[in-house]
Design a protein around this ligand. Structure first.
Ligand code: WT7
Length: 651
């Protein structure tokens, strides 16, 4: 892995700026720029203040101990994450405030107040305890986006058990690997989940996954009523609703957890094939999640917060469950697909529930662009006041579309850069203070110190590209990789001494704004020119005919790498040689001749993981004619066959 420090000044000429409106600024939680300097001068005091927003059974004595690469935060403190997310709100006026407004894909709805959530979580905690779950045990959860998912997480937290959630779109094989790695004795799943009107057979997958693993007990939520289609194994499997009936209705005493006790594991892909179990601990993670709700998301008690991610990913952990609930917010949680039964499903929900803050991914925004604005026009979106984006660099065109068509030019956009490993948003504007620029995540949040460095770890000049690094420990940082501390040390601290390496390339403009160039392994080197795939994609998507583009570097005997662009066009656009020529020219114009795509392949859909990330490695495999690797995380496997066929046609 190397990053050359050549000039990237030709990339991303984005000069538009969007200051917060006077009315937004006037109501914002944070309006004073000094917060940045104060946090920089004394991060420990800043973080101690933030941790003070949580409820502690016993206050912490020491804010941080840093023995690189191992950090401990809020030492000697005792607290419970579920108590912070649920119980403490029932002791205030929020008792009957909606915690979760849930909508199932078929249209069923549930509103769960904080008091109702407390009772549900306590019953589930009693149930888990009766099944033998103790503090420190790992509980694997493989559920669709139904209320039992946050209830199960919080029940684990209440007991002090460690949850390990496996996204419902993962295959049996992936689930099995994660169960074995975490050494879980108990699995919570459902008969099936709904997706575009079809049933996803979770229990059937689970049956395959748990064979010859440590799993002794499988708890099954009846979601679709598929009792007759699934088999329940005697002595191993039991229904959630039947077990819950036997739970006492008395409150469950929250376990007094040490600040550094593990709250959860969440598996994420690394550069090797084996997923890494990212370890997050109680106090630091919760402090980070809670703080960012107040700073980045400007959360008020009157907000209705809709994060469209799945709880199976870190975005859902932090911004559906632990962040908003610890802050006493009302969240909207949706089970299904954005185009079921119609392409206006999200907008219908925004309208019905009066959503004020919407948090989604660039890939979704580009999908909405592709569908066209008519689906928005049927609904009243005037409740929205703040928009967020996460997951990949957002191209300025998608940013502008979000701003114009969804935000109606009224709502600040917070582009939030972070990772499973960082626990919460690291680079993002505070929306009442920072002027935004389309495509830039702007600057590090208060209390976080970011730099961009060359291979030697020296800061690079403005406009030079380099490695993004985080220079100081922060409360919600991963503590290790489960069962593999060596991998933790090597992956994140192996390159630079005492400095965290996220694996992203970035550059800074003259005003100090940070522009994420994408994963280092997604940076292409053409004839010695380092080009971020994000820039080429951004240039392509700027063309009115293009809805979405994915760019990869395929090996080329002369140039080292050549650029292949996979492009999906907007409905009605022509896909002919003239368009190919236009697109190539537009890339040359926006970036330079070295970025001209060698070939452009039109595709109705781009292959995406079920978490909606474009699978660039898979596109590289297609472009280079290799045998396909693991496609189990692919949302729609037929996309690949179509692409392969189309690629052959261009040869
Ligand atoms: C990687 C982390 C954090 C939740 C979702 C992804 C990319 C994430 C942004 C952003 C540019 C972004 C980075 C990062 N990424 N957010 N706002 N702008 N890139 O979590 O699966 O752990 O992936 O996603 O490359 O390293 P994840």
């Amino acid at each position: 892995m190397t990053v050359e420090t050549e000039k990237l000044s030709t990339l991303l000429h984005e000069n538009r700026t969007f200051p917060p409106s006077e009315s937004f600024r006037a109501q914002a939680n944070f309006q004073d720029e000094n917060i940045y300097q104060r946090a920089l001068d004394d991060p420990e005091t800043y973080w101690a203040e933030q941790a003070g927003e949580l409820s502690w059974f016993k206050p912490f004595e020491i804010v941080c101990s840093w023995q690189p690469p191992h950090a401990k935060w809020f030492i000697e403190g005792k607290l419970n994450a579920a108590y912070n997310c649920v119980d403490r709100h029932t002791e205030t006026w929020r008792k009957n405030k909606a915690a979760i407004i849930w909508e199932g894909e078929p249209g069923d709805q549930r509103v769960i107040t904080y008091d109702m959530l407390r009772r549900e979580v306590d019953k589930a905690a009693h149930m888990l305890k009766s099944l033998g779950v103790k503090k420190g045990d790992r509980v694997t959860i493989y559920l669709p986006m139904i209320p039992e998912l946050p209830v199960a997480m919080l029940a684990c937290a209440k007991i002090g058990a460690v949850h390990s959630i496996v996204f419902g779109g993962f295959s049996a094989k992936s689930l099995r690997e994660r169960i074995i790695d975490a050494d879980s004795k108990i699995l919570i799943t459902a008969d099936a989940g709904w997706r575009r009107g079809k049933q996803i057979p979770l229990k059937a997958n689970a049956d395959i996954a748990v064979e010859e693993t440590p799993i002794e007990q499988v708890v099954v939520v009846s979601r679709v009523g598929a009792e007759s289609n699934i088999t329940m194994k005697d002595g191993r499997d039991a229904y959630w609703h039947e077990l819950i009936k036997q739970s006492p209705t008395t409150p469950f005493e929250p376990e007094q957890m040490d600040s550094e006790d593990i709250l959860f594991l969440l598996y994420t892909s690394g550069t090797t094939g084996k997923p890494k179990g990212i370890v997050h601990t109680t106090a630091g993670y919760l402090t980070g999640a809670n703080t960012s709700m107040r700073t980045v998301f400007d959360l008020k008690d009157s907000d209705i917060f809709f994060c469209t991610a799945d709880i199976g990913w870190i975005t859902g952990h932090t911004y559906i469950v632990y962040g908003p609930l610890s802050a006493g917010a009302t969240v909207v949680m949706y089970e299904g697909s954005p185009d079921y039964p119609g392409r206006d499903r999200f907008w219908e929900m925004v309208d019905h529930y009066g959503v004020t803050i919407l948090y989604t991914a660039p890939t979704s925004i580009r999908t909405f662009m592709k569908w066209g604005p008519q689906y928005l026009e049927q609904h009243d979106l005037s409740s929205l006041r703040l928009l967020g984006t996460v997951g990949e660099p957002i191209n300025p065109e998608a940013w502008m579309w979000y701003h114009e068509h969804i935000g109606k030019k009224r709502c600040p956009i917070v582009d939030t850069w972070w990772q499973t490993e960082t626990g919460c948003a690291m680079i993002a504007p505070l929306p009442g203070i920072v002027e935004t620029k389309p495509g830039s995540a702007t600057r590090a949040v208060p209390g976080i110190e970011i730099d961009i460095v060359d291979e030697q770890g020296n800061s690079v000049d403005a406009k030079d590209g380099g490695y993004l690094v985080i220079k100081k420990p922060w409360p919600s940082m991963l503590r290790t990789v489960w069962g593999d501390d060596e991998r933790f040390q090597k992956t994140y601290f192996g390159q630079f001494k005492d400095t965290y390496l996220p694996g992203d390339g970035a550059h800074r403009d003259e005003q100090g704004y940070i522009w994420i160039l994408g994963r280092i392994d997604d940076v292409i080197n053409v004839s010695g020119h380092r080009i971020g795939t994000a820039e080429v994609e951004s240039a392509l998507v700027a063309h009115p005919a293009v809805a979405e583009a994915a760019v990869i570097g395929r090996s080329d005997a002369i140039k080292g790498q050549a650029i292949t662009a996979f492009v999906s066009v907007r409905e009605g656009a022509r896909t002919d040689d003239a368009l190919i020529a236009e697109l190539k020219q537009s890339v040359v114009e926006k970036i330079g001749a070295m970025a001209r795509p060698e070939e452009i392949i039109f595709s109705a859909e781009l292959p995406k993981t079920r978490s909606a990330k474009i699978m660039r490695r898979l596109l590289r495999d297609i472009a280079e004619g290799r045998v396909l690797g693991d496609t189990t995380t692919l949302a729609d496997p037929t996309v690949v066959e179509e692409l392969k066929a189309q690629y052959k046609d261009t040869e």
